[in-house]
Structure formats: structure tokens, C-alpha cells
Design a protein around this ligand. Sequence first.
Ligand code: IDP
Ligand code: MG
Length: 133
Amino acid sequence: MERTLVLIKPDAVIKNIMGKIINIYEENKLCIEDIRIIFPTRGILEKHYEEHKEKPFFNKLISSMESKKVAAIILSGEKSVARVREINGATDPEKAALGTIRNLYGTNVTQNAVHGSANLNDAEREINIWFSS
Ligand code: IDP
Ligand code: MG
């Protein structure tokens, strides 16, 4: 079974909709293999988002999550990486397809409710970052 990493970001946690988001994954036959509540350090976020470190939004992105409550979840299922990305919707909630998590619950392009790994390599790399300690 393919594994992927989901983060429920602080903007969604604050709206008290972690359960609603998790329910969407479960209804799509994705299973929770592990789940953790974390208040991430700058270090862990910089590792997680290292591909974006030169982007203009990098600091804003890291600051929006640093020390705030996040749920890190390992989901498993057939083609889980691609299916989670589809269920999450486009990065910008304004552009996300109707019914996707970001369409339903995203706040703005930075605080867009959830993260899903982009590919299998990233999934394993990110699972190691969030679940190694
Ligand atoms: P993804 O989360 O859909 O894979 P990425 O391009 O990998 O999108 O960007 C990582 C995260 O960085 C996004 O989820 C979002 O929080 C933030 N981000 C991406 N693009 C922008 C932007 O243009 N402005 C502000 N924040 C952005
Ligand atoms: Mg990405």
C-alpha cells in the first residue's frame, strides 16, 4: 500500500474542523496509519519546505505554521499520493475545484488547510521528517 503525508495546517485546526477533514480522507478509502499533534519548530518546517526556500512566500509560509498546532498524518491506500492531492485541490483555495478540502476549508493561498506530498519520494522523505523522533 502506498503511503503519503498529510498535514492539517493551523488555519484548519483553529476552525475546529480536523475531524471533518479526516472524515473526507476516510470516506475516500484512505486509512490513517499514524497521527501526531505537533507544534513544529522553524527547523522542521524549513526541512519540510526546503524546495521552496528561495520563494518569496517562504518566510510567510513558515511563520504561519511555526509553533502552531498541526496534525501530521500518514495515510495509506491505493495511489494515495495522487488521490490525496486531488482531494486536497489546487494550492490556491480560490482556484480549487468545488468540494475539495481547500475549496471547502482553505483560508488563503498560504493558509490553505492541508498539505499533501507531491510524489512518492517526497512522501517517504516527509514521513521521516515528521515521524522520526
Ligand atoms: P502544494 O501545497 O499545493 O503542493 P506548493 O507549491 O508545494 O503547493 O507550495 C507549498 C505551500 O506554500 C502551499 O501549500 C502554500 O501554503 C504556500 N504557497 C504556495 N504558493 C504560494 C503563493 O503564491 N503565495 C503564498 N503562499 C504560497
Ligand atoms: Mg508541494
